[in-house]
Design a protein around this ligand. Sequence first.
Ligand code: FBP
Length: 246
Amino acid sequence: MILACDQGFEHGPSDFNLTNIDPEYIMDIALEGGYDGVAVQAGFAEKYYGLHYKDVPLIVKLNAKAKLPEPDPWSRQHTSVDYAVKLGASAVGYTLYHGSRYENEQFVELGRIVEEAHTYGIPVVVWNYPRGTLVKDELGTDAIAYGARLALELGADMVKLKYNGDKEGFKWVLKCAGRAKVVISGGKRVGDRSFLQKVWDAVDAGAVGIAVGRNVWQHEKPFAMTRALRDVIFDGKSVDEALKRF
Ligand code: FBP
């Protein structure tokens, strides 16, 4: 269970309110919710990841792009593996937009990051989203499966993918990811049942877990949602059982 909070950069502050815009609020959910990792940008880690939060493994994102109306995204590296390690990272993260006309530049960047991170002995988590003018369907099973394969072949230890609801197709996606562990992203805030069902289906198909943000920290009861997610992911409980947490 990874809590992601890079949306302030990727989407802008409109995803947040007066409470959850505070990075300490996010870090407190990660710590008290017992998350296995918190994925943030370097500046966030620099100012908010201190001794108090050392029990939450830190994943530093090494690249980002802001929300510009650019049909072919190019998310460039802005933080080094070396600096992420100095900040206390247990892993580094990188978003790869395959299908963008800049994908080759991103492949090269990610390849170098994998070499550096593995030299330090830390894993690389790849956010893989098919996106760009040539991508007909960002949520197509074939596009997601291709992303899973690219991540494996580039050296990802874990790949974060969107779950499109095609459970049989997702089994193929997982095969394509090979030994790279698959976690799913959350997406926009939706109803509790629908979110938990998506997680249940993905885990039942073979995903190892989640790396999500908005459906947790936009929730008015983030700890109840965290417990419900734990029920579904680790304790094999049904969605109906998990919903009793609310
Ligand atoms: P959410 O669970 O809030 O969707 O977060 C997952 C995530 O991958 C973030 O880490 C990232 O900022 C965002 O989704 C990217 O979303 P989009 O697909 O809109 O670019």
